[in-house]
Design a protein around this ligand. Structure first.
Ligand code: AMP
Length: 292
């Protein structure tokens, strides 16, 4: 496994692979890797000959007052996860390396799809995400790139970027990996105290309730929204609870298999997001009552 921190080093790796042929897969991350990231690396490993992992906490996608400075960083542990997953290249640049000319003048700005859900409370976030993903695609030139459905709005916008800008990349996605009690794995879970972690189970419980509604045949989006809003109890401050079409991000008239229920909330000072695809995802732990 090769580890590089420069764009030149990454490009040299890309050039060397090009001579030998084979496809390249990329899994972009912000590091502090957990089993969710590892599951995406497995998808990448199975679907490409050469597998690259990027680790970069992208300042461009953090707003003022967000957790850029305290975002968990742990390169040594990440390299161990990468080695076990059979990664060939780890690209872990600094911000100065990624943005050598400073604030980029030219960015990928979504004109639709970023004004709702997470975009409402995080203006400029998806612009930062799409810009860095486009840069990573430019540097590592992957044939395949793998993203998690955990960040489903991000995934929808990246899908549109690839279509709208004609990027020759096959996108693949992986399901959300959860702790046994239902909590979606997130690098930000490290911020939670024991009490907050228990409270955070309200999110996956709300989504499990949505799956149960779907199983009972409920088709009215408002009923799902109300069920999720009911989860905002005891130290969980709801930011949004929405029912959306996975591709258009608009609320469907009728809820059906494949509709997404998405929720964002603050637990203490930690912002958490989660979602479930109705009739497709399973939230076992939460369905059992959050492991309590
Ligand atoms: P991050 O490091 O949080 O920026 O995430 C990097 C990639 O991992 C993104 O495509 C995320 O959607 C994905 N990811 C994060 N958490 C999970 C999870 N619990 N299960 C599956 N994928 C995840």
């Amino acid at each position: 496994m090769q580890v590089v921190d420069s764009r030149a080093g990454a490009r040299a790796w890309v050039e060397a692979r090009r001579d030998g042929g084979g496809t390249t897969g990329l899994v972009p991350t912000m590091g502090s890797l957990h089993e969710g990231h590892a599951s995406l690396l497995r998808i990448g490993r199975e679907n490409s000959d050469h597998l690259a992992l990027s680790i970069f906490v992208n300042p461009l996608q953090f707003g003022p007052g967000e957790d850029l400075e305290r975002y968990p960083r742990n390169l040594e542990a990440d390299l161990e996860v990468a080695r076990k997953a059979g990664v060939d290249l780890v690209f872990a640049p600094t911000a100065a390396e990624m943005y050598p000319a400073g604030e980029p003048w030219v960015r990928v700005v979504p004109v639709s799809g970023a004004d709702r859900l997470c975009g409402r409370s995080r203006p400029g976030h998806f612009e930062g995400v799409l810009t860095v993903v486009a840069k990573l695609f430019g540097i590592l030139q992957p044939d395949v790139a793998v993203f998690g459905r955990k960040d489903f709005q991000q995934l929808a916008l990246i899908r549109r970027m690839v279509i709208d800008l004609d990027m020759a990349i096959r996108l693949m996605d992986g399901p959300t990996v959860r702790d046994p009690d239902g909590l979606a794995l997130s690098s930000r879970n490290q911020y939670l105290s024991a009490v907050e972690r228990e409270r955070a189970l309200a999110l996956s419980r709300a989504l499990a309730a949505c799956q149960a509604l779907h199983e009972s045949g409920e088709e009215n989006p408002a009923v799902y929204r109300e069920a999720m809003q009911g989860a905002a109890v005891g130290g969980v401050e709801l930011e949004y609870a929405e029912v959306v079409d996975a591709a258009t991000l608009a609320e469907p008239a009728v809820v059906e298999r494949g509709t997404v229920c998405a929720i964002a909330a603050r637990v203490g000072s930690t912002r958490l997001i989660d979602n479930t695809v109705l009739g497709i995802d399973r939230i076992d732990g939460a369905a059992r009552g959050g492991g309590r």
